[in-house]
Write a protein that binds this ligand. Structure first.
Ligand code: NDP
Ligand code: OXD
Length: 306
């Protein structure tokens, strides 16, 4: 079995070592320089030229959950594109989002501000029953986040394309139910894939639907949010704050207004990092199933873009 490997990141050696351990029978080449027509390809942010050379491959594995960096028009349509499902990311995402929700609910940013002025001023406890937490996206990560948030007792709601059924979560589906969903989300958690339908989804009109003082947590992809609209709504006081892990351009340019905005907390795309050993174990198990003629999960619906 021949495998070609490519990553735009710097940790390629760690991936290759894990891959050799998991599939010792495979011949693994790094691209560029690899022979044409491998059986499988493992890629992260690949150039279109590589994708175009995979016409005879049995599958292409994306080394992450989001496939928005794959130029699907370059990949021959008959080659299945497979994404990472969880593989240790769900736990990390749950940690990050629970922190963000509690940070907002317990008003820790306000206390930090008071501390800077040596101000001892206890605040009145917020009413939990009217502190709605809404999840945009109820997929693998959205489910895990909903489960992790459940014990805190916030009213939980979620929005997805198809209607889901999750214990303790009020579900909404499709474009027609988006505004109603947004209206109940004191904290909005974005866990959508970046597709042609979700790019720019969180613009001024939609973000204005959030209740006064609403808080945005974007852990999905930067271009789902219209940056200028978010900043404007924060400056006008309609939104109370945002915690952002993902951006249009990464690294976030030093001149970007997000860096120094008093109501924005940001992290450098670390809410759920792709874990090498867990991901390779998942991919190797899927390759073994494909070799045995068995079906696998995580196949991207290329017409939907996720
Ligand atoms: P899934 O594909 O499992 O879930 C996606 C969810 O979004 C589904 O519930 C889907 O609805 C919903 N959705 C997609 N398009 C629409 C739409 N147009 N309207 C309504 N709902 C929609 O993905 P994951 O949960 O595994 O990952 C989500 C995203 O998180 C990734 O695509 C990636 O961009 C991001 N991510 C970020 C990381 C980070 O470190 N910041 C790490 C890992 C992932 P339905 O179920 O009905 O299809
Ligand atoms: C992913 C990511 O999509 O790390 O897996 O952002």
């Amino acid at each position: 079995m021949r495998i070609v490997f490519y990553t735009a990141n710097e940790n390629g050696d760690a991936w290759l070592a894990a891959l050799s351990r998991a599939l010792p029978e495979a011949t693994i080449d790094r691209w560029p320089g690899a022979a044409a027509d491998p059986d499988y390809a493992l890629v992260w942010k690949p150039p279109a030229e590589l994708l175009g050379a995979l016409g005879r491959s049995r599958a292409v594995f994306n080394l992450g959950a989001g496939v928005d960096s794959i130029e699907c028009s370059a990949l021959p349509p008959e080659v299945p594109l497979i994404r990472i499902e969880d593989a240790g990311m769900a736990e990390q995402m749950a940690e990050y989002v629970c922190h963000a929700v509690l940070r907002r609910y317990r008003e820790l940013d306000q206390y930090a501000e008071q501390q800077r002025s040596a101000l001892w001023r206890p605040r009145r406890r917020l009413d939990k029953g009217s502190f709605g937490v809404g999840m945009l996206g109820l997929g693998v990560l959205g489910h895990a986040v909903a489960k992790a948030l459940a014990p805190f007792g916030f009213p939980l709601s979620g929005w997805s394309r198809g209607r889901k059924s999750l214990a303790g979560v009020t579900v909404h589906a499709g474009a027609g139910e988006l505004d109603a969903f947004l209206g109940g989300a004191q904290v909005l958690i974005c866990l959508l894939p970046l597709t042609r339908e979700t790019r720019g989804l969180l613009d001024r009109r939609r973000l204005s639907r959030l209740p006064h003082g609403g808080y945005l947590v974007n852990v999905a992809r930067g271009p789902i949010v219209v940056d200028e609209d978010l900043v404007a709504l924060l400056d006008e006081g309609h939104l109370g704050g945002a915690m952002l892990d993902v951006f249009h351009d990464e690294p976030l340019p030093a001149s970007h207004p997000f860096w120094h905005h008093p109501r924005i907390t940001l992290t450098p795309h670390v809410s759920a990092v792709t874990l090498v050993d867990e991901s390779i174990a998942q991919i190797a198990a899927k390759i073994r199933r494909l070799e045995a003629g068995l079906p696998i999960s995580g196949v991207v619906a290329r017409d939907r873009g996720y």
